[in-house]
Design a protein around this ligand. Sequence first.
Ligand code: ADP
Ligand code: MG
Length: 244
Amino acid sequence: MIKVITINNVTKHYPGNKRAVNNLNLSIPDGEIFGFLGPNGAGKSTTIKMITGILPIDEGSIIINGNDIVKEPLATKKKFGYVPDRPDVFLRLRGIEYLNFIGDIYDVPKEIREEKIERLTKEFGIYHDLNDHIHTYSHGMRQKIVVSGVLLHDPDVWILDEPLSGLDPKSSYTLKQMMREHAARGKTVFFSTHVLEVVEQLCDEVAIINNGKLEFHGNMDEMRDQFKSGETLEHIFLELTSNE
Ligand SMILES: Nc1ncnc2c1ncn2[C@@H]1O[C@H](COP(=O)(O)OP(=O)(O)O)[C@@H](O)[C@H]1O
Ligand SMILES: [Mg+2]
């Protein structure tokens, strides 16, 4: 199977020499929903910020669809869409201005743009808010406008950091459906979460990270197999991520 994201021996220290990500190796296959699971502070956001080129990498490399994010940042960034954990972007723009801006930078043809913006924002229930400034949006609405922007340019790889936190149940359901549809079209969804149930509902494959280290990588069956039968996933997760 083709690996769409490859993380090779990646390490990241923050000032004060705290090692947030410790020699991480991980390959994410094409056309799947891949869950990046770990407790708070495990290193998920740090990893995602290195994948997306927001944070420099101390050691190692990250390749997306054949491009190195450090060596070829622009070419690489065209291949993915990113939904950050704090979607507080372009607060001074109106929703519609933000989406048109995304449409411009990713060359979304004008003919399909209008139809797509209407469909996506209606699905999320923010269509009637598009003329308001993003700084007036709630957390959930900001998340929805960013997700709409990503789906507008329809990248091969979709990277989301804790996408379901802060969403109401209906929006959470809608977003999960969108993630499933994206993968069903042969595209890749990589997302982080600290919520085990979300992984159980959505993922084909999962990696568990704790203290910056990979604790497990496999599919859901392998995860159950590797541990004593009869154990609940919750138990396994707690066992893997309990600190000595
Ligand atoms: N900007 C920063 N400066 C210093 N330490 C940080 C910074 N961001 C995160 N950390 C630390 O790095 C570790 C990993 O954080 P993070 O990647 O945000 O975890 P997660 O997203 O899994 O909750 C945590 O111990 C956190 O306190
Ligand atoms: Mg995080």
